[in-house]
Design a protein around this ligand. Structure first.
Ligand SMILES: Cc1ncc(C[n+]2csc(CCOP(=O)(O)OP(=O)(O)O)c2C)c(N)n1
Length: 642
């Protein structure tokens, strides 16, 4: 790209930003940092991915071909925004290779960006991703995890810290004790400090790093030193800014403009002409955005929370045999990996060791370490990278060994995965499976069952099989799905009873409960480990003449309340049981659904059974906290007596 074109982008960055600051006092101005933004992204190929920092990143989207008036529409809350007015306004169009901003939590998108690079590497391409982030954001654990993961896997990504000296009201002296680029040495990757106000210097540094990444030599961390000229947001009064501005301050446009004049590349008239043209372009775009209709009820998009399947899926190959729940999950994953080269696996100890609870036994032998990836202990980076890879064409399965570690990936699971499709106006697809294990297990650790937390989130599917056949069926369905699916295995059933599993015959749609045992007197709604426990209780109650209908929910989200309501229509009585706690749990949701759908159906008060309201203890105390057949039997007898 020639120098005048570069200058033009710098002017676009400044002029559009200034106009948007006038339109929206909450906009985050970029003034003073234009050279870092333009220099980091301007030399990329159209098929590369870009993940710019949140502070007015619009010039980057424009370089990719976005329409200015539609971006301005996002800042004005108009329906014409790429995000349909649904997300933070600095979100970008994923269809143009942009890693989108679908939440405001800083650092999380660095995991997603790292995943874009993972998808590129996994597909054997030489595409790269460039990702910028602030010097405040540099201190998020997510940033550290992502950089280390990228270093370990030699991912084709370039990280640029847009070091502007501020994090909202805090000067850098409060949160940085050393250079950000120096951290690169700790990851074993190249690090470099550059003058972030000099677009030539930023371009040269990023170009070197991109060449390195394209050649398969892994990531680089660049620190571009610049300065935030204005407030954190446009109308920020900056009462906190008490020190004089630094002496080294330089206007990136002046610096580059004078250089062009000195080199004889441009005349003053040429530069003024660019300012005039860009000013007009911005005015037209903003006026068009202003005149566009506001986003409103029409953009709510209740039916756009989940992506509908984009492609037809062939049934699985014809394997059958009597296997455990864990082996059924492995069979389903292996079948999908054979059929679809885009499917790969990320986890800890999933290689030669065969996985936690032997949950990946045999996979690395068949598929090799390139598709069964051993990951560092970095749950957030693992899930973030899987999400990003899914956004850019892969279909990863990522394993969080035990549910107790899910909170370590919470930003990714809660703010990223469920939001991406909806918040990008339906443009993004996130076919990622997050596999984990919860509950009572073969040894004392990792006891908590946090499944209910995740049933709360529109956009995330959550399943919990209770039998080998359902485990295989739900895993096949999860990998086929174009949405993020949290796949939760009850630990107590991992190596439980064997069952005949016929891979080519299984069809277990996500969100469909099953009647595990029919009965006329009481509906017992169970999930996961409590299904066999509930069935044992039902058997014993049958000897007393009480016929319990056991409903196995199989999915937490979407929740099949219709099957439950139909059952209660027959029985008139309801007991729920799950291994998680009762308060705010799935049982409460089931009871509410029945009360809403059929308030007059119940002949007796409902009872919810779950783990005692204590942090789930380990070892020999644990059985006293957990639900068991006796407690279920007592609950059923009570509802029968009332
Ligand atoms: C995880 C998270 N914590 C806190 C915030 C609130 N917050 C918004 S912007 C910001 C400052 C970020 O500083 P930096 O990364 O240096 O970027 P800059 O604003 O200077 O461009 C903070 C703390 C957030 N959005 N996300």
């Amino acid at each position: 790209m020639n120098d005048l074109a570069i200058y033009r982008w710098l002017v676009v960055c400044r002029e559009l930003d200034r106009a948007l600051c006038v339109e929206n006092p909450r906009w985050f101005p970029i003034e003073g940092e234009e050279a870092t933004v333009v220099g980091s992204f301007v030399d990329l190929r159209p098929d590369d991915a870009v993940a710019p920092h949140y502070r007015d990143p619009f010039v980057v989207y424009l370089m990719r071909g976005a329409e200015m008036w539609r971006l301005a529409s996002q800042v004005l809350g108009k329906a014409a925004g790429y995000n349909k007015g649904r997300s933070v306004p600095f979100n970008g169009p994923v269809e143009l290779g942009v890693v989108p901003w679908v939440a405001g939590d800083l650092g999380t998108t660095i995991g997603t960006a790292t995943g874009a690079a993972l998808a590129f590497q996994q597909a054997g391409t030489d595409r790269v991703c460039v990702c910028t982030f602030g010097d405040g954001t540099a201190n998020r654990g997510d940033v550290h995890e992502a950089l280390n993961l990228a270093a370990c896997w030699r991912l084709p990504i370039v990280y640029v810290c847009q070091h502007n000296g501020w994090a909202i009201s805090e000067p850098e002296s409060t949160y940085l004790r050393g250079s950000v680029a120096a951290r690169a040495a700790g990851y074993g990757i190249p690090g470099e400090c550059v003058d972030g106000n000099d677009v030539d210097a930023v371009r040269a540094s990023v170009r070197r790093a991109v060449a390195q990444a394209r050649a398969g030599l892994g990531p680089t961390l660049i620190e571009a030193r610049t300065w935030r000229w204005r407030g954190h947001w446009a109308a920020d009064e900056q009462t906190y800014r008490t020190q004089p501005e630094p002496e080294w301050l330089e206007d990136p446009l002046d610096l580059f403009g004078y250089r062009l004049l000195e080199r004889g590349v441009a005349s003053v008239d040429d530069l003024q002409c660019i300012h005039g043209e860009v000013g007009d372009e911005v005015r037209v775009a903003v006026e068009r955005a202003r005149a566009a209709p506001d986003a409103g009820a029409a953009e709510l998009g209740l039916d756009e929370v989940y992506a509908t399947p984009a492609e037809h899926v062939e049934p699985g190959a014809g394997w059958r045999g009597r296997i455990t729940l864990t082996d059924a999950v492995i069979k389903a994953i292996a079948e999908r990996m054979r059929a679809d080269p885009r499917v790969f696996y990320i986890g800890q100890d999933v290689g030669r060791m065969g996985g936690s609870l032997l949950g990946t036994r045999g996979l690395v032998e068949e598929f090799g370490p390139g598709r069964i990836r051993e990951a560092p202990i970095s749950e957030s980076a693992m899930v973030g990278a899987a999400i990003g890879a899914a956004l850019f064409g892969a279909r990863p399965v990522v394993e969080i060994s035990f549910g107790e570690f899910l909170p370590a990936a919470m930003s990714q699971l809660v703010n990223q995965a469920p939001n991406l499709h909806y918040m990008t106006g339906g443009a993004a697809r996130v076919p990622v499976v997050v596999r984990t294990r919860v509950g009572d297990g073969p040894y004392g650790g990792h006891p908590h069952d946090y499944s209910a937390w995740f049933g709360h989130l529109p956009g995330l599917k959550v399943v919990m099989p209770a039998s080998p056949s359902d485990a295989a069926g739900l895993m096949l369905a999860a990998i086929h799905d174009d949405n993020p699916v949290l796949f939760i295995e009850p630990m107590s059933l991992a190596h439980g009873p064997r069952e005949l599993v016929a891979l080519d015959e299984i069809d277990v749609p996500i969100g469909q409960a099953r009647i595990a045992r029919p009965g006329r007197d009481v509906t017992l709604v169970a999930i996961g480990s409590m299904v066999p426990v509930g069935l044992r209780a039902a058997e014993r109650l049958a000897a007393e003449g009480i016929e319990v209908e056991v409903v196995d929910l199989r999915s937490v989200q979407p929740l099949d309340t219709a099957t439950v309501v139909e059952s209660v229509q027959r029985t008139g009585r309801l007991v729920t049981v799950h291994e998680a706690w009762v308060t705010g749990g799935l049982g409460a949701e089931i009871v509410a659904a029945v009360a809403e759908a059929a308030p007059t159906l119940l002949h007796a008060p409902v009872i919810r059974v779950g783990t005692a309201p204590v942090p789930t203890p380990s070892g020999k105390v644990r059985p006293h906290a957990l639900p068991n057949p006796e407690r279920i039997i007592a609950a059923v007898r009570r509802v029968m007596a009332s």
